[in-house]
Design a protein around this ligand. Structure first.
Ligand SMILES: [Zn+2]
Length: 191
């Protein structure tokens, strides 16, 4: 899929493998606004990590204004559906007092959406999805399956990925590493 915003080439993509010639079709271009909003989503992910939630952040933008945001928070909200994307969608609908979102919204999320979340984004008619890191185990926008291109939906969402991928992966890896270390410590104390 061709991205329509040809601005900043991500340096890590240029540097990824200096021996492989750069193929234009494998490059993704991002606008400075895309970078800014994904960085905001990463801040939300870190907020979640501080509360002991798996760090995923999401931000919904319309006309370069935030209309909804959230982070993965199933533990704190006692809600299995409180993934970052769903929290951001609900936040936007509550702020707008409308179940219909305005046209041409973009959802920035730090991790590839799951089955529930890509379904919700399609039903909410989000125009564009930008996600950072892939989720090889259960990602449904390319990793395990691509629900965004199924012909039976009556809305097509544009999907772009890889923006701030490394940063998002680092946050997730650090979170799980700390959690493993804390569990180990606890086991040692109880033994
Ligand atoms: Zn999800």
């Amino acid at each position: 899929m061709i991205n329509t915003l040809p601005f900043n080439l991500q340096p890590q993509q240029l540097m990824a493998d200096p021996l492989t010639p750069l193929r234009l079709e494998s490059c993704t271009f991002w606008s400075p606004q895309d970078v800014k909003w994904m960085q905001e989503a990463l801040k939300l992910a870190k907020q979640g990590a501080e509360l002991g939630e798996v760090p995923v952040g999401a931000i919904l933008v319309h006309n370069q204004q935030v209309i909804g945001q959230g982070f993965n928070e199933p533990i704190g909200r006692h809600d299995a559906t409180a993934h970052a994307e769903i929290v951001a969608l609900r936040d936007a609908c509550a702020r707008l007092k409308n179940y219909r979102l305005p046209l041409q919204t973009t959802l920035y999320v730090t991790l590839e959406p799951c089955t529930m979340c890509i379904g919700a984004l399609i039903h909410a008619r989000v125009d564009r999805l930008v996600y950072a890191a892939s989720e090889p185990r259960a990602g449904m926008v390319g990793s395990q399956m691509d629900l965004s291109i199924q012909p039976f939906y009556n809305h097509i969402i544009g999907v772009y990925h890889g923006l701030c991928r490394e940063h998002s992966s680092r946050i997730l890896k650090a979170f799980f590493r700390e959690r493993r270390q804390a569990a180990k410590k606890k086991n040692n104390i109880s033994n």
